[in-house]
Design a protein around this ligand. Structure first.
Ligand SMILES: *Cc1c(COP(=O)(O)O)cnc(C)c1O
Length: 419
């Protein structure tokens, strides 16, 4: 089972709750998440990799709502963070710092300091300059911390350029020679224990081959390191597992594990996985209401109350999200629509040329597979309060983030006396 959204008598349900009922209680637009879907995806990975008992650090940039984080943490997940703000959220959600790993090319001194003080498990370091800086910050605090080096294996993951991170021309990680240099110079960093290797080659990767290719390169590197007497304890394999948006046929957790596990036979690393999209992606939908329909000489438009500020993936990556009418009509008539938001940009579309049942003002439709990189990428562009977030578990639902108000839009702003 890929997710827990289903039609019953032509009505869309999330687990046992009718989506239409939530809409009438909380208004639109809103993100709707299924507890069962995201916890089951975590469990699928836990089960598939049981043999090596990995630490699964959910990549919280995919969806960092506290209720989701808490649910996953309670099921044994750690968290992969990329900023001081995410560290704060991780702790608010009750994550044990010893299960937090921190990646990203631009950690500031202050962010490093917060994470060191919090006692996180590992820093994933992405350059020699960062290593020097982390040494200085750690020394100042009189601490010692674990470091993994993020390797850029120069492998093409066959995904969208904006979410490719393991090719030589991207900003991420260290090439193998530079990483080797860092291990050789370990003594330069008395406050760092360089004891791990990290690799994350991109996102929405549907096949195992790019992973296998990257991990093979990393393993050859590890063998060479160990031959020179370096001890490597942590092996972080990153995230990137693809999901179904339309007609993709991504590897399952089980198939992925079957390809990956044999590579590590006889090796004793503590393996870390950092799935984001795989856990959250199919667990969420964006529910929106049709404001108007509009027919021009060129097109049929359905104008909805969610826009690119709520879900930017179609505009940013040309992503596809399936359209699910919240109530299916009996009428057979279908129309090819561009579904667009109210924002003053032509890039403000959620779907293009999509054949769906004829829509009228006030109809509710949902965009599927919006649980990852949906709300977490939302903005206030066009002074639009961000949408509500709702979590369903069984027959219960609760607003887990209130819809923003107009007051929220101006919070923190000041008008100086001298204007
Ligand atoms: C974004 C990111 C992930 C998660 O990627 P998904 O494709 O959502 O699984 C994992 N690790 C790092 C370092 C990342 O930046």
């Amino acid at each position: 089972m890929m997710h827990d959204f289903e039609y019953l008598n032509r009505e869309l349900y999330c687990e046992s709750v009718r989506v239409r009922d939530i809409a009438s209680r909380v208004g639109t637009p809103f993100y709707l998440y299924s507890y069962k879907t995201f916890t089951e995806h975590l469990m699928k990975l836990q089960k598939a990799f049981k043999l090596i008992d990995p630490l699964i650090c959910y990549s919280m940039k995919a969806n960092s709502n506290l209720a989701i984080l808490r649910s996953l943490v309670k099921k044994g997940a750690g968290l992969d963070i990329v900023s001081g703000g995410e560290l704060f959220r991780a702790r608010e959600a009750g994550c044990d710092p010893s299960k937090i790993v921190y990646a990203g090319v631009g950690k500031t001194d202050s962010e490093m300091e917060q994470a060191i003080r919090a006692g996180i498990l590992l820093f994933n370091v992405e350059s020699l300059q960062e290593l020097d800086r982390l040494e200085r910050v750690t020394a100042k605090l009189k601490r010692r911390i674990n470091v993994s080096l993020r390797i850029n294996p120069d492998v093409d993951p066959g995904t969208h350029a904006h979410i490719t991170t393991g090719k030589a021309e991207t900003k991420f990680g260290l090439d193998l020679d530079t990483a080797h240099l860092a291990f050789m110079r370990k003594d330069k960093y008395p406050h760092l224990s360089i004891c791990g290797v990290h690799v994350h080659i991109g996102s929405q990767i549907v096949k195992s081959e790019p992973f296998v290719k990257a991990f093979r390169k990393v393993l050859i590197f590890l063998t060479a390191l160990e031959r020179e007497g370096h001890r490597v304890k942590f092996l972080n394999l990153g995230g990137g597992l693809g999901i179904i948006y339309s007609d993709e046929r991504p590897q399952t957790a089980e198939q992925f594990a079957k390809q990956i596990l044999p590579l590590f036979q006889g090796r004793k690393y503590k393996v870390i996985l950092e799935p984001g999209r795989f856990i959250a992606g199919n667990s969420g939908i964006l529910v929106t209401r049709v404001i108007d329909t509009k027919q021009t000489k060129a097109k049929h438009f359905a104008i909805v109350d969610a826009g690119m500020n709520d879900l930017i993936r179609p505009a940013l990556y040309g992503s596809h999200h399936e359209i699910w009418p919240v109530r299916q009509t009996r009428a057979a008539k279908k129309v090819i629509y561009d579904v667009v938001g109210p924002i003053c940009e032509s890039g403000d579309f959620l779907a293009k040329n999509r054949k769906v049942q004829e829509l009228k003002a006030n109809d509710l439709i949902a965009f599927a597979s919006a649980g990852a990189y949906g709300f977490s990428m939302a903005s206030n562009y066009n002074a639009r309060p961000r949408a509500a977030e709702v979590l369903v578990r069984g027959s219960r639902f609760e607003v887990v983030r209130a819809r923003e108000t107009n007051q929220d839009l101006v919070r923190g702003e000041r008008i100086p006396k001298w204007v």
